[in-house]
Design a protein around this ligand. Sequence first.
Ligand code: HEM
Length: 410
Amino acid sequence: MADTLNGPVCEASDAAPEFPMPRAARCPFDPPPALKELQETAPLSKVRLWDGSRPWLVTRHADQRALLGDPRVSADTDSPGYPPKADGDGGDSKFGFIMLDDPEHARLRRMVTAPFAVKRVEALRPVVQGIVDGLVDELLAGPRPVDLVEAFALPIPSLVICELLGVPYGDHAFFQENTKTMVHRDATPEQRGQATREIAGYLGGLIGERLADPREDLLSGIAGRVRAGEIDRRMATEMALLLLLAGHETTANMIALGTLVLFRNPGQLALLRESDDPKLVVSAVEELLRYLNITHLGRRRAVTADIEIGGQVLRAGDGLILANEIANRDPEVFPDPDRLDLTRDARRHVAFSFGVHQCLGQPLARMELQVVYGTLFRRIPTLRAAVAFEDVRFKHDAFIYGVHSLPVTW
Ligand code: HEM
């Protein structure tokens, strides 16, 4: 009797739901139903991770923006309480600056911001239009059906980031294979570590070449910082790796998944294909970013000093997971949030995150997606899926959501 009374009556850890939660099989474009439920009933609550740790899960748009903009919230994986994504996550690598806090984060980020400024990116628009038109020409001249991921979605951002960095595109099979392993949730720590070492060795070699023989590219800019003594070669390699990885895995998945969701919403697709209003392409891209939020599984952070928010006190040393995918479906900000509406004003989405770590490449990603969605369906008006929807394999197993392949015909 005494045992029963003194035992753990209802340990909070038992009650905390496991994270990540699965999506509903029939709604692969929607966030997991459990996230929606938590947003409605317990927008700031604890979840349980694979290692038994219990970070806070933040689901409301307003709370996420407040916390992502709060200097008491750290992105450093070494901060006490930081929620690990998977066993051996990232090793001791901070991937340049994405897992560092200011002021060091800001110092490093500033070294590579210039090529991603809106003006510089706009100057690249004709180049990207040329790449997209060339790939559409190849599609039209080639066999049908064809995998849109391999033939179109992946080459566009890959060609662009290679051009910017000065990485030879001819090596794309090598680095794409390795970056795929790096973002694969089920890859073992050894596999992820091996892939990271392979690609870091490759990029380190290119930086060495640029140290000896600078050119007009971003790798040479990074090498210049090494020469000036501002960073060491290891950091230079990590920064190059971050840009190469972030520069193509994300946008490629947005292109393929966005095309598929438009196939499933023919009214919206017709609007995009037939509208004469250039502003529609711009708003369509924002809405697709909001609706699909491909960087699922949440932004990870740690609390470094107590924070009072939403009727809760987050303590120093608590972990945080900010699930952007559900913030982008917050009805307080986006009325009728589960409806894809290319005409809505979706600009307040957090698909590029918020605060000091918000996506550095967002002007480039936006411009690439605007060119793609303003071109693809106009040039191939009868473009459609060549497989049953039920047969499409979604990337539930990756840190960046999308589809493994998308056979299309016209
Ligand atoms: C549709 C495409 C893209 C999406 C959805 C996306 C999403 C994101 C998100 C959510 C973050 C924030 C991570 C965090 O808060 O922890 C981020 C950071 C970042 N992204 Fe992107 N991204 C995209 C394209 C790009 C491109 C084309 C580049 C170009 C190189 C890029 C470079 C970066 C970098 C360097 C960071 C780290 C910023 C920092 O820590 O200060 N991204 N991205």
